[in-house]
Design a protein around this ligand. Sequence first.
Ligand SMILES: [Fe+2]
Ligand SMILES: [Fe+2]
Length: 143
Amino acid sequence: MLANSKLSWYLRRALDHEMSAIQYYLTQSNLCTLWGLEKEALKFSEEANEEFEHASRIISFMLKLGLNATSTQLKAIPKTRTLKDILIVDWQLEKDVVELYKDASFFCQKQGLLEAYELFHTLLQDEISHLSSIEKWISELNK
Ligand SMILES: [Fe+2]
Ligand SMILES: [Fe+2]
């Protein structure tokens, strides 16, 4: 695969991920509202906004490269019945994207694609912090 088509592949996977994450967190925010968990609903809504901002950065980058910035593979949201179920699902979601952005950053750095490296590296830092805040939340629930 040519370097540029591999970069397009990473950007499309990234956009699929971020659009899926928006859908996950919006759904979970609304579920928490239904369950009467207002503070948690707000937290998931803020999370959705952060993922929205990530999606926007990726779309902007793709448009600058002349790529079609369309997400075509949204992940299905697993059924969840409790807050802990939700957090376990989100932990996996964030873990997967951390791996994706690690690979993408490494690839771009190796290929000397510096702007793309900057994008993926910054996204990676945000997702690492999402992952650790979910881990903290799960450990608080287990207390
Ligand atoms: Fe994100
Ligand atoms: Fe995230």
